[in-house]
Design a protein around this ligand. Structure first.
Ligand code: CAA
Length: 283
């Protein structure tokens, strides 16, 4: 199957990044969200990223226009009826994702592959909610999508080899390096990353260190590009908490219990960069 048209559900930080790399690879993209203002914000983010590349001499202005010209904004899910491949990158909320997949299953052609950028919800559960479980797969991008090389490709129990190969090849077409993971809570990336972030929050909670010190230890001591608390702010503390809950519920193992301080921050609306405050304060 030759993928030419590509749909992205969700124009947030993951969705708009995915739309950008898909359009840059030559695909015609429809980026959908529930509100006009969300899609507009997603488009502005893409324009800002492409402008930065132009100003650094990494992209010429004509190419920027070409990429933008390939992205169509949409607030009507029915616009997805003619696309070949979809990545769902809506909020990490299971009932929301389940509804989107049920709707897409009705709207899209029988051959359309429905992938999800979920960071932790089982692919088999999402697939079982559709009439095409062989065509449902996890395609998990990392934040910030235009920069990060990895795509975790996750097979559900019923995912066909053909769906897997198309998704793998598409990741490479986007200039990414795919890695295969099986369908366990958190897959590989978040099974390892989130307990580290959660432990960093415990270090803060128990006053082992201040945010700067915790991050400096991991940056300079382990050569991480950014410390775990700054990374949590980039990912979004609500997303971090949702993933820890998925690990905790999925394994029933106390080692995955979310730190109470992480929950407190989320309850206070301190979600990280996107709300201007998380473990750090942003302008
Ligand atoms: N969008 C697009 N490009 C961006 C960007 C963004 N949001 N942020 C930075 N960049 C680009 C910059 O323009 C710059 O590009 P050039 O090399 O072409 O100049 C490059 O990335 C490096 O940026 P900076 O020099 O500003 O800063 P940096 O060197 O500190 O890099 C970083 C920033 C890439 C975010 C780096 O700190 C990093 O790799 N951090 C770790 C990110 C990470 O671990 N992501 C995974 C999160 S987990 C996840 O996403 C999965 C999940 O399910 C939760």
């Amino acid at each position: 199957m030759n993928i030419k048209t590509f749909g992205v559900i969700g124009a947030g930080q993951m969705g708009n990044g995915i739309a950008q790399v898909a359009a840059a690879s030559g695909l015609d993209v429809i980026m959908n969200d529930i509100k006009e203002e969300f899609v507009e914000r997603g488009m502005s983010s893409i324009i800002k990223n492409l402008d930065r590349m132009v100003s650094k001499g990494k992209l010429d202005a004509a190419k920027k226009e070409e990429i933008l010209g390939r992205i169509q904004a949409s607030t009507n899910l029915k616009d997805m009826s003619a696309v070949d491949f979809i990545v769902e990158a809506a909020t990490e909320n299971e009932p929301v994702k389940m509804k989107i997949f049920r709707d897409l299953d009705e709207i899209c052609g029988k051959e359309t592959i429905l992938s999800t950028n979920t960071s932790s919800i089982p692919i088999g559960r999402i697939a079982g909610n559709t009439g095409r479980p062989d065509k449902v797969i996890g395609m998990h991008f990392m934040n910030p999508v235009p920069v990060m090389k990895l795509v975790e490709v996750i097979r559900g129990i019923a995912t066909s080899d053909e769906t897997f190969k198309i998704t793998w090849d598409l990741s490479e077409k986007f200039g990414k390096i795919p890695a295969e993971a099986n369908d366990f809570p958190g897959f590989i990336a978040n099974r390892i990353l989130m307990p580290m972030i959660n432990e960093a929050v415990y270090c803060l909670f128990q006053n082992v260190g201040k945010p700067d010190d915790i991050d400096t230890v991991m940056k300079l001591g382990m050569n991480h590009p950014m410390g775990p608390l700054a990374l949590a702010d980039l990912i979004g503390l609500d997303t971090c908490l949702a993933i820890m809950e998925t690990l905790y519920d999925g394994f029933k193992d106390s080692k995955y219990r979310p730190c109470p301080l992480l929950r407190k921050y989320v309850e206070a609306g301190w979600l990280g960069r996107k709300t201007g405050r998380g473990f750090y304060v942003y302008d």
